[in-house]
Design a protein around this ligand. Structure first.
Ligand SMILES: [Zn+2]
Length: 409
């Protein structure tokens, strides 16, 4: 479980579900007892109207609660954080020990001291291979991935450092205390479903309350204060969740997160795109070859490496997108499906995870849109020879066999 750093946020996460639970209990009392039973059945003798409202209310109450628990639990237990670098693990353990020794610091101060680290200059830096074993990844001007100085690790594509969790979060959307933490790639789908069902649930309450109030006023019975209160409450939450649903659905269709959207118009992505081994620097792009050369041997070590190392060597061209281009834009419908699921039932039921969260591919961290091929053409990048692709596959198989035989012996 990954908790928020600050004590105030941790308390907010505990208190908000109780407040929401109180609101739902109140709404249920007003809708069932005051509106349906007292007004529609006893006063107006409209069993049909009462039943219709009770069925819709019950249905959307269940869907709302189900999606709420789904999103809340996912956020607590699987918020989509990336792993910490070895140095961060060590520093955070020391920090914990220091905190336990001196219990003087309380509240927000208990988060401990912050530390910063420079990118790991070791050519065999742990985690780097994860990047250059792909065919394309987001990189810095020097061709290395971005470094998170707080997690002391390389940042995978589309990860954002969340200061509340003090961790990098994959496809972080926003920090939402209403659902208990950070909405990210693991919870975005359930978050959309939760806000959608809450908006519809509020709409059912609003319609029932408005009909009840109008009939009461017309019949001269006067407005019921409790019904007015529930109308105001459901209008507030209804409007809030409706806006959230529209915004989130829009981001899903654009394949952007809230964090991405803020800078989406002026962002320029830098990508390392795999090219044939040893491709020289081009007119409009730089190159980088992995594994990075060891400093003691200098840059001209490639020829001294063993044939096995040569097979693992990969060259990447470093290219830039135009401002505002999104390399992960697959087109509206596929963007939507990458989050909500392939089947319509997945769009409505908060059960299965988003396909993008379990995307496993040797090519990239997330599925790349048509821009990937366009960039290859725009920069005139040489295509990989089929031989190089085959060798790569063979090496992987051999490495796989080696692991298996070691395990079995
Ligand atoms: Zn980080």
């Amino acid at each position: 479980m990954v908790s928020a750093r600050t004590a105030s946020t941790r308390w907010l996460v505990r208190i908000i579900p109780l407040i929401l639970g109180g609101c739902v209990a109140f709404a249920t009392y007003v809708l069932v007892k005051r509106i349906c039973v007292d007004h529609f059945i006893h006063t107006r003798h409209r069993q049909g109207t009462a039943t219709t409202f009770l069925v819709f209310y019950g249905l959307f109450l269940l869907l709302m609660l189900f999606s709420y628990f789904r999103v809340f639990l996912i956020i607590q237990y699987d918020p989509g954080v990336t792993s910490l670098g070895p140095k961060a693990v060590q520093l955070r353990e020391q920090d914990e020990k220091r905190k336990r020794r001196s219990r003087a610091a309380e509240g927000d101060l208990e988060a401990g001291e912050r530390y910063e680290s420079c990118p790991d200059s070791n050519p065999d830096s742990p985690g780097l291979e994860l990047f250059y074993s792909k065919d394309v990844f987001v990189c810095n001007a020097d061709g290395r991935p971005f470094w998170c100085s707080s997690c002391c690790n390389w940042k995978v594509d589309r990860a954002h450092h969340c200061s509340e969790l003090e961790r990098c979060v994959k496809k972080m959307d926003h920090f939402c205390p209403w659902v208990g933490g950070v909405v990210s790639e693991t919870s975005f789908k359930f978050f959309i479903q939760f806000t959608f069902y809450t908006a519809v649930y509020c709409l059912v309450v609003i319609i029932a309350a408005v009909i009840c109030l109008t009939q009461k006023i017309k019949s001269g019975a006067g407005a019921d204060g409790v019904v007015i209160a529930i109308l105001a409450l459901s209008a507030f939450f209804g409007l809030f969740t409706f806006t959230m649903t529209c915004t989130s659905m829009r981001y899903a269709c654009l394949n952007l997160t809230n964090v991405d959207y803020v800078k989406s118009k002026r962002v320029v992505h830098q990508l390392a795109i795999r090219v044939p081994r040893g491709t020289p620097k081009g007119q409009n792009y730089g190159v980088i070859t992995y594994p990075l050369p060891k400093p003691e041997n200098g840059a001209g070590t490639q020829t001294l490496e063993s044939p096995r190392d040569q097979l693992a060597t990969r060259t990447f061209a470093i290219v830039k997108t135009e401002m505002g281009e999104n390399p992960w834009d697959l087109g509206t419908y596929r963007n939507w499906k990458s989050i909500m699921g392939d089947h319509i039932s997945d769009w409505f039921l908060p059960l299965k995870h988003s396909p993008c969260a379990s995307f496993e591919n040797n090519e990239s961290f997330y599925e790349m849109g048509p821009l990937y091929q366009q960039l290859r053409e725009r920069f005139n990048l040489p295509q990989l020879s089929s031989e190089e692709k085959d060798i790569q596959e063979l090496t992987k198989q051999r490495q796989g066999d080696g692991t298996n035989s070691r395990q079995s012996s």
